[in-house]
Design a protein around this ligand. Structure first.
Ligand SMILES: [Zn+2]
Length: 216
């Protein structure tokens, strides 16, 4: 039976690497996948992993009907034996419904990869719809680690290294190294709740206020 599978996790948990691995394994067996992505770090129309692997993908647009796209592709004699969707958290809920229809009406496996929650620890709408519709949700167990060494379960947004909890749900990280650079960091829940990033923890450790008292 074809399935809609949601591979979920934090940032840095190896989602895109696994997506590329699934793609590699299937194409090695002569299968051909339709790969969708959105706002990949390598740019439009790409699926890339932090380990440096990259492949071409179809960039998902706002309002695009993914079911209609596949029907059109197949009716023109194109091939698609399975579907991979990376950065699925950025898709609209309707597009997740279309992916479920690809499974049910076209009989294709759909493997969606996405971050579950945003920097405020709220579900992304696309991820919420995937949790609601998927035949299976796999929580990726390649563990990302917080600076303290605990398992990182939450995504933090930082500006100049300081964690923020307000702002738009989607802001792509800045590549210029300005002082107010937007970045992302994975944290354990404890340090996400305390808003303590690696940079603020380091600053606190260096602060004279918290240096151990030494007897002179
Ligand atoms: Zn921690």
């Amino acid at each position: 039976m074809p399935e809609l599978v949601f591979f979920s996790g934090t940032m840095d948990c190896g989602k895109s690497t696994l997506a590329l691995q699934i793609e590699h394994n299937r194409s090695a067996r002569g299968l051909q996948g339709m790969i969708f992505s959105r706002d990949d770090r390598a740019g439009e129309g790409k699926l890339s992993s932090r380990l440096g692997l990259v492949t071409d993908a179809v960039e998902v647009e706002d309002g695009q009907d993914l079911f209609a796209y596949l029907v059109d592709h197949l009716s023109r004699g194109g091939r698609a034996d399975y579907v991979i969707v990376d950065e699925a958290q950025f898709l609209a809920p309707e597009q997740i419904d279309q992916l479920a229809r690809v499974v049910d009406d076209l009989g294709l496996d759909v493997y969606a990869f996405g971050i579950t929650t945003d920097f405020r620890s709220k579900l992304f709408p696309g991820s919420q719809r995937l949790v609601e519709l998927a035949d299976r949700v796999e929580v990726l167990q390649v563990e990302a680690l917080c600076w303290c060494g605990a398992r990182a379960t939450h995504n933090a947004r930082t500006i100049g290294g300081v964690m923020v909890v307000e702002g738009a749900q989607v802001v792509v990280g800045d590549v210029t190294h300005s002082a107010d650079e937007v970045g992302y960091e994975v944290l354990c829940r404890r340090h996400h709740r305390r808003r303590m990033t690696a940079a603020t923890a380091r600053a606190a450790a260096l602060s004279p206020d918290v240096l151990p008292v030494t007897s002179a």
